[in-house]
Write a protein that binds this ligand. Structure first.
Ligand code: MG
Length: 319
């Protein structure tokens, strides 16, 4: 082949590669839950992998469609999570319109980029009336988009699954009035550690529910995976909507051995996973440095160790 033809062929291949990888929603369509698995439109178990934005009230600068596009194309995220802060001063409770604007920038960016997006009610406490009205509005607006997944309670700090369950049922009802089918992620007590309580008493009467387990690999190990195995055996669908490699306080060294054990476990069980977080706070779980632009196009110099390693892992699964 002449050099010129070689270059053209290589460019075409590169283009085709980018194009094929950049269409997770087109490839999988509407997601649903069958038994313990999330499946695509053809009924095949489907694993999503991506990252969570940090609390929108503290890291609003990254909430734009350009950064979503970058995470889809360069990091090969098939899902991103918009973490709408609920509780601290300046979060959803006292800045509703501004908060929705930030979250919707990420939702619309994901729809444009052809990836899935989690609308995450990033709260540790129950704010039931606000959650019911927020999710009702989101379900009405976005319920027809296959891209959208609702996460109705990030990390309950409560001891009682009964309380979290009662709250969840009310929010699920509000969503299902407007949107009969998109997946809903439900939290469980103690920062999504108590999946065994869910396994013994799951919510019934609604379709397409999954339950969240969160891990920080230097803190959470086999004991939490054992709880997960117990739940899976009972047919409970799990989604790891937040995870990272360091201790549960989000800081300190990355525990690669434990992190990779978790990834093996999730992949073996076809569990989707999301790494925390797109933020530039001075802590090891925040994946970006202060130099990172608001809108993506980040070079390796803009990424912290957790950013580089997360990106590597996500890209390795895309090939
Ligand atoms: Mg729908």
């Amino acid at each position: 082949m002449k050099p010129k033809h070689l270059i053209i062929s290589a460019l075409l291949l590169l283009f085709a590669h980018c194009f094929i990888n950049a269409q997770p929603v087109k490839d999988n369509g509407k997601l649903s839950v069958q038994g313990a698995f999330m499946v695509n439109e053809n009924g095949e178990p489907t694993v999503l992998r991506g990252v969570s934005y940090g609390w929108h009230n503290w890291w609003p600068r990254f909430y734009n469609k350009e950064s979503v596009k970058w995470l889809a194309e360069d990091w090969k995220c098939t899902v991103v999570r918009a973490a709408m802060g609920v509780g601290p001063k300046g979060s959803y409770i006292d800045k509703k319109a501004w908060s929705k604007e930030k979250i919707e920038a990420v939702i619309n960016g994901a729809i444009e980029a052809g990836i899935y997006v989690i609308i995450d009610w990033h709260s540790h406490e129950i704010h039931q009336d606000e959650a019911v009205s927020f999710f009702s509005e989101m379900a009405e607006k976005y319920g027809d988009y296959p891209n959208v997944i609702y996460e109705i309670f990030n990390e309950p700090v409560h001891d009682s699954w009964e309380d979290v369950k009662a709250y969840s049922i009310e929010v699920i009802k509000a969503i299902r009035e407007k949107d009969p089918d998109n997946i809903i992620l439900v939290g469980c007590p103690h920062w999504d550690q108590d999946i065994h309580l869910v396994a013994d008493d799951p919510i019934t009467g609604f379709n397409n529910l999954m339950y969240t387990v969160h891990f920080y690999a230097a803190t959470h190990k086999k004991e939490l995976r054992d709880r997960g195995d117990y739940a899976i055996k009972k047919g409970i669908p799990i989604f790891v909507s937040e995870s990272a490699a360091m201790k549960a306080n989000g800081d300190g060294e990355l525990d690669y051995k434990s992190w990779d054990k978790w990834i093996d476990w999730m992949e073996k069980n076809k569990i989707s996973w999301i790494t925390w977080s797109i933020a530039d706070k001075n802590e090891s779980c925040s994946m970006l440095k202060k130099s990172a632009s608001d809108t993506g196009s980040w070079g390796e110099n803009d990424l912290k160790e957790s950013g580089i390693e997360t990106r590597n892992r996500l890209r390795s699964f895309a090939d």
